[in-house]
Design a protein around this ligand. Structure first.
Ligand SMILES: Cc1cc2nc3c(=O)[nH]c(=O)nc-3n(C[C@H](O)[C@H](O)[C@H](O)COP(=O)(O)O)c2cc1C
Length: 307
């Protein structure tokens, strides 16, 4: 059977991916890199990942002879970086802030995550070669990754940001803000706890939540994906809650509770209690849903499934 290559490529493109920039140095020490969405995590023990490199790439010889390579998972604000490293630009590295990773390949600032790898194996595969890397160092910046599907980019939280900015009426923005297996909770009356919430003014977006956490708690907040949208039918107020990563430093207010043992008996707001309970259960599976409904009944939509 002969397949239509263009049609096949379009069908492959139905698979939603992130976007990475794969890097190394040439023999003269100059950094090289190209955009790749063929990244796949492979193994935890030993720690392996892979990317597929076209044999037509100008960097084919350098990459296949390199002692290692870096994989930079682009954050959703880095569309320009993706385009630069996919086009014949003279100095692609002028578009990013970068440094040498622990194993020597270029790693970028402000990415969702990076991995610096030793070359583990090269597998010949048709018009591509599969580069299998052994992870020697990595950093997970906590930012949401840039998405790619059917030839176009998508930005999961930036899209929501603009939706939020144009939302009618008042909204309460909240966060399940996690750091090292603990979530930040804030005093809610005497002996009670709730999640950090802030009222969003008209025209404001998700930045209102970042600013609130930074002003009130004195720590940085990196909002991630949407976690719960509900209306409190008693107060008529809409709530939009995000999963978020919390920056370093001791918060000026509130307290950390282990994700798996939140103070359920001391959470008066039943919606918050349900969110915290669901978060504990879903973190065990690494499989988070998004809840839509009111504070009593609604639906959880699965957004991610692992294994
Ligand atoms: C979103 C996106 C994903 C890409 N993924 C890959 C890939 O996985 N492997 C690959 O060899 N090229 C991929 N490309 C194409 C290369 O980035 C592009 O051909 C680049 O110009 C190669 O540069 P080079 O010839 O300097 O190596 C991708 C391009 C884009 C825009």
């Amino acid at each position: 059977m002969t397949l239509d290559a263009r049609a096949l490529r379009d069908a492959f493109g139905a698979f939603l991916t992130g976007v990475t920039v794969v890097t190394t140095h040439d023999a003269g020490g100059a950094p090289i890199g190209f955009t790749a969405n063929s990244f796949t995590s492979v193994s935890l023990d030993p720690p392996l990942l892979l990317v597929c490199l076209a044999k037509s790439s100008r960097n084919y010889a350098v990459l296949t002879e390199a002692r290692g390579f870096g994989v930079n998972i682009l954050a959703e604000g880095q569309k320009d970086v993706s385009n630069t490293f996919a086009r014949p630009v003279e100095d692609r590295f002028a578009a990013v802030e970068w440094r040498k990773g622990p194993y020597g390949s270029p790693v970028f600032a402000d990415v969702a995550a990076w991995f610096d790898c030793a070359m583990h194996e090269l597998v010949d595969a048709g018009d591509h070669v599969i580069l299998i890397g052994r992870v020697e160092g990595f950093e997970n910046g906590g930012k949401t990754g840039l998405g790619y599907a059917r030839g176009g980019y998508f930005t999961p939280t930036l899209a929501e940001k603009s939706l939020l900015a144009s939302a009618d009426g008042t909204l309460l923005l909240g966060a399940v803000a996690e750091r090292s297996g603990e979530i930040l909770m804030v005093e809610d009356g005497k002996d009670g706890w709730t999640l950090p919430f802030v009222e969003k003014a008209e025209g404001e977006g998700l930045d209102a939540l970042e600013r609130h956490v930074s002003d009130v708690f004195g720590v940085g907040l990196q909002p991630g994906l949407l976690y719960s949208v509900y209306e409190d039918t008693k107060t008529g107020r809409q709530h939009v809650v995000y999963r978020a990563a919390l920056g370093d430093g001791a918060p000026r207010r509130g307290r950390f509770f282990p994700v798996q043992s939140p103070p359920l008996g001391a959470i008066a707001d039943s919606a918050v209690r349900d969110i915290v309970k669901r978060y504990a259960a879903e973190s065990m599976l690494g499989n988070f849903g998004v809840y839509f409904g009111n504070q009593e009944k609604g639906r959880v939509h699965a957004v991610a499934a692992k294994g």
